[in-house]
Design a protein around this ligand. Structure first.
Ligand code: UDX
Length: 475
């Protein structure tokens, strides 16, 4: 048995983006022989030198540990496919102009894979794709003359969160394998055996996380179309939870309730669960917005009315405007005011700014004529590419430089360090002690006692030295 658990599988991962790179390095960490292919020569050259292009905990160390041992990088797809038993497709599936997923990269890769099939291979979709993509992959391979007995197609969606992707990969809530045949399921079973048997967690140098030998990773084997839907439905449901609590937060504001208490009270019901019920300024990132639209498209193509998903999106947009309105009504007028903005990444512990709600709010402030001094621990370089520094917008080296002379300080991203600010120092730097917190990082009663005007999401606002003036007077 233990021999089976430790049998290395020859794996090819196509695409060294977020998902591909994490998967390739983590497969090597669990003991497999991995070749990771990308057509970007520069990227491959840099990976061959051990340079990690993304901000992801543990990834640098694991790459250094396995580079040129368990994992190799190359631009040569054909050879890599020939040598592998399983070929994971992890290329981008960007949103097309119609909102559906653009699968042209997937199709191009499948055509290339066809040329390297010299013996039985399992072709695995790892990219997030709409239902029935597995059937298209099969059809393309057949069109290239590949006989049915030489391949199976499997859907094995990833559920990695940015910033914690390595731990998510090695300690998954579940591994979903959508396999067409028992033979293909068996190959995936071997690949994930170190995690599903718990063997990985008994190793002295295993990356620590929630799972252990006694409680290893669960694996769910389904049909490929069920696996494809599990991915889209999971992300859409999580986005729905966030939009739901965000509307509840607005009701809380109106009636003087505290959304954090409400979320806690709801979350203690095991049927609801406490996670993804943090009210804020809306979700962002490379997955939720794109996957929600793509899933809505899937439903539409089947003639099914899934307006709930459009509503989730609408609420998400509304939540950003609502926060902007909060800034407006706290400061009365915005033109010419200096605002300190903490957080540019779409969430903490990442440098990713794709669909970042914080960036959208900064754009609204700039349009309203405010001056913004922005700081983020990791995402400033990327932000400069979409929001270049100019007269109205400045990037600064830390939270305190941002606060200097500002009319108010905004918290836009949930970075742990933003929850531990030196409040006395801030008070001395800000023009007025006003903090508008889009991530509820502080206790509002304490902030009031410390003399701040503190406005957060779905909780009573405290106005220091000011009487609360009805919002309607300001907007
Ligand atoms: C998400 C999924 O969680 C992951 O399973 C999938 O593979 C990729 O998409 P990610 O985009 O990295 O992961 O971020 P996640 O941690 O899920 O957060 C998404 C957004 O929701 C962020 O903008 C975050 O700030 C926001 N969020 C999250 C909330 O506003 N409230 C919450 O309670 C949780």
């Amino acid at each position: 048995m233990s021999e089976i658990l430790n049998t290395p599988v020859n794996i090819c991962v196509i695409g060294s983006g977020y998902v591909g790179l994490v998967a390739a390095v983590c497969f090597a960490e669990t003991g497999h022989h991995v070749v990771c292919v990308d057509n970007d020569e520069q990227k491959v050259a840099s990976l061959c030198q051990g340079k990690v292009p993304i901000y992801e905990k543990h990834l640098d160390d694991l790459l250094a540990k396995h580079l040129n041992k368990g994992v190799h990088f190359t631009t040569g797809l054909h050879d890599a496919v020939e040598r592998s038993e399983a070929v994971f497709i992890a290329v981008g599936t960007p949103q097309s102009s119609t909102g559906s997923a653009d699968l042209s990269f997937v199709e191009a890769v499948v055509s290339e894979i066809a040329r390297g099939i010299n013996s039985y291979k399992v072709i695995v979709e790892k990219s997030t794709v709409p239902v029935y993509t597995h059937a298209w992959i099969r059809r393309v391979l057949s069109r290239y003359g590949i006989q049915d007995h030489l391949f199976d197609v499997v859907s094995n969606p990833e559920f990695l969160r940015e910033g914690t992707a390595v731990v998510d990969f090695l300690h998954p809530d579940r591994i979903v394998v959508g396999a067409e045949t028992p033979k293909a399921a068996e190959v995936l079973g071997r690949i994930y055996a170190p995690l599903t048997s718990g063997e990985y967690y008994s190793r002295p140098n295993a990356i620590a996380g929630p799972l252990n030998v006694k409680s290893p990773a669960p694996i769910l084997v389904t049909s490929p179309q069920s696996a494809e839907i599990i991915k889209h439905a999971s992300n859409s449901f999580l986005a729905l939870k966030i939009s739901f609590i965000n509307v509840v937060s607005t009701i809380c504001e109106s009636v003087g309730a505290d959304v954090d208490d409400v979320a806690k009270g709801m979350g203690l019901d095991a049927r609801i669960g406490s996670r993804f019920l943090s009210a804020g300024i809306g979700y962002g990132g490379s997955c939720f917005p794109k996957d929600l639209t793509a899933f809505h498209n899937v439903a539409q193509q089947q003639g099914i009315d899934f307006k709930l998903l459009t509503e989730v999106e609408r609420i998400n947009e509304q939540q950003k405007r609502h926060f902007f309105q909060k800034i407006h009504s706290t400061l009365w007028t915005l033109r010419g005011k200096k605002i300190a903005a903490l957080g540019l990444a779409f969430k903490g512990e990442t440098d990713d700014i794709r669909d970042s709600p914080g960036i959208d709010i900064i754009k609204m402030l700039l349009e309203a004529g405010s001056k913004v001094s922005a700081y983020d621990p990791a995402a400033m370089e990327r932000s400069r590419e979409v929001l270049p520094e100019e007269g109205q917008l400045q990037y600064v080296q830390d939270e305190y430089a941002a606060a200097k002379g500002a009319d108010a300080l905004l918290i836009l991203t949930h970075w742990p360090q933003f929850a531990k600010l030196d409040l006395e120092r801030l008070k001395g730097l800000l023009k007025f002690p006003i903090i508008i917190d889009g991530r509820n990082l502080y206790d509002y009663k304490e902030m009031h006692d410390k003399g701040f005007t503190y406005v957060s999401v779905g909780r009573p606002a405290s106005h220091s030295g000011l009487e609360t003036i009805p919002r309607a007077n300001f907007v």
